[in-house]
Design a protein. Structure first.
Length: 91
């Protein structure tokens, strides 16, 4: 019987505690870029990590580089016009 070895991949550049720090520092100021977070991490820990690594850690922490869509608020007139259109086209 042949047993397979586990953990054949590349060693991670950051520990789970450092990953939490990266996510926390990004959550403190939501407008910082991944490059700025990498620079803050270098200043805090003295360890160099890439922008891509930061982006991956943030993605793992549930933070994505998306902007919320700004919608035009509907007026009462818009709502009544939409409702009228729906009633005319319901079949």
């Amino acid at each position: 019987m042949c047993s397979r070895r586990h953990g054949g991949g590349r060693v991670r550049s950051s520990t789970p505690a450092e990953d939490r720090y990266i996510v926390l520092s990004a959550k403190r100021n939501r407008r910082t870029t991944a490059q700025q977070v990498a620079n803050q991490f270098l200043a805090a820990s003295g360890k160099q990590i890439s922008r891509k690594t930061v982006a991956r850690r943030l993605r793992g922490g549930g933070l994505y580089a998306r902007r919320p869509v700004v919608c035009v608020p509907l007026t009462r007139q818009h709502r009544t016009a939409r409702l009228q259109w729906c009633r005319e086209h319901h079949n």
